[in-house]
Write a protein that binds this ligand. Structure first.
Ligand code: NAD
Ligand code: UFG
Length: 354
């Protein structure tokens, strides 16, 4: 393994900041591009403090073709980790064009700039949402792909664009990382998930109940065909997820002796599930959080949420076999780190901290 120049799109966001910490700790050089549409400068400042390492930052939108082209020409990335995207399912239903424009056109703009460079190594943030309501569990990478909303469709479309690109030009190495449910925070409690408004996702909602910002957790559906009737998901610690990106970047390098000039023959395009392989129900998660934090999480039974599936968990075997990666951290670490972050930063990142 060696050291690479890595372009990180969306690097100021939740998963981006945690990955940046691991990328810098591994000795790589990094440059972030982010429009800060869903993140704050403080997040990047804290990554600098945590790692004691510098990295470049360009505040720009990926759809700004000139800005992206100039950045790629100047930084000359040897690999790209592409996080930048919008991710709220409900918002995507209300504004499909906005989602296709940001997520698909943004990716095309990035790929056009890369085509003019030597870089043919690409790691993409996909999602288990591409599997829809699963036919079988655990879900492996051969499971049929189907989507239920525009957000999911943007992920599917980008996966297909990347597949076509690798077929057209065999020098590409492209990893499609299908995340299950990322939760948790850096153990320092300095960076974490900072959703705007009422959280859609389970863990940030639980932590806001624990701080008293919200009264109770609405349990969306108690009559699912699951052991306790509540939804089951494969929660994965964001630190494990961040490390999987490093493993995926390593996988994209066919020959470390020619990193800058490209590999000639790349690895093509391959998908990897990133999960623990273990399903956890809403009630189990709420209980695990209470145990770790010592706070009570009052529960309110609520109807099923539209579009939710009963159970979804990964077969993560391919990532172990081909990337040499497996999740190491369990529910206790997920809850403890989320609580550490939220209790130290009850309002999230400060607006004005640099
Ligand atoms: P996030 O919103 O915290 O981070 C995304 C970052 O990308 C933000 O900093 C945002 O400002 C930036 N961004 C968005 N569009 C941009 C654009 N056009 N140009 C420049 N910057 C832009 O989200 P996250 O949770 O860190 O997710 C990262 C990626 O992982 C996303 O692509 C998301 O769809 C995917 N993903 C997330 C989850 C999850 O549960 N968090 C699950 C599966 C997949
Ligand atoms: N849940 C509640 N109460 C809440 C929030 C969630 O009971 O306040 C339940 C949900 O019904 C579900 C589980 O907690 O059973 C997990 O819900 P999340 O919203 O945290 O996660 P999802 O699995 O629904 O969604 C995630 C990502 C989406 C992605 C989807 C499919 O957030 O972007 O996985 O991969 F599309």
């Amino acid at each position: 393994m060696g050291v690479l120049r890595i372009l990180v799109t969306g690097g100021a966001g939740y998963i981006g900041t945690h990955t940046l910490v691991e990328v810098l700790a591994a000795g790589h050089e990094a440059h972030v591009i982010d429009n800060l549409g869903n993140s704050r400068p403080a997040a990047l400042a804290r990554v600098r403090q945590l790692t004691n390492r510098g990295f470049g930052f360009t505040r720009a939108d990926l759809r700004d073709q000139e800005a992206v082209a100039a950045l790629v020409a100047g930084f000359r990335p040897e690999a790209v980790i592409h996080f930048a995207g919008l991710k709220a399912v409900g918002e995507s239903v209300a504004d499909p064009l906005g989602y296709f424009d940001n997520n698909v056109a943004g990716t095309l703009s990035l790929l056009r700039a890369l085509r003019e460079s030597a870089c043919r190594r690409f790691v993409f943030s996909s999602s288990a949402t591409v599997y829809g309501d699963p036919d079988y569990l655990p879900i492996d990478e051969d499971h049929p792909r189907r989507v239920a909303n525009p957000y999911g469709r943007t992920k599917l479309q980008v996966e297909e664009i990347l597949g076509d690109l690798a077929r057209a030009d065999p020098s590409w190495s492209i990893a499609l990382l299908r995340y299950f449910n990322p939760v948790g925070a850096h153990p320092s409690g300095r960076i974490g998930e900072d959703p705007v408004g009422i959280p859609n996702n389970l863990m940030p909602f639980i932590t806001q109940v624990a701080t008293g910002r919200r009264a109770a957790l609405n349990v969306f559906g108690t009559d699912y065909d699951t052991p306790d009737g509540t939804g089951v998901r494969d929660y994965i610690h964001v630190t494990d997820l961040a490390r999987a990106h490093l493993a995926a970047v390593d996988w994209t390098v066919v020959d470390w002796t020619v990193v800058d000039g490209g590999d000639g023959a790349g690895r093509g395009c391959a998908a990897f599930n990133l999960g623990t392989g273990r399903g956890t129900s809403v009630l189990e998660m709420a209980r695990a959080f209470e145990e770790v934090s010592g706070r009570e999480i009052p529960l309110v039974r609520a109807p099923r949420r539209r579009g939710d599936v009963a159970s979804c968990y990964a077969d993560p075997g391919k990532a172990l076999r081909e990337l040499g990666w497996r999740a190491e951290l369990g529910l206790a670490e997920m809850c403890a780190s989320s609580w550490h972050w939220q209790s130290g930063n009850p309002e999230g990142y400060p607006e004005d901290e640099l």
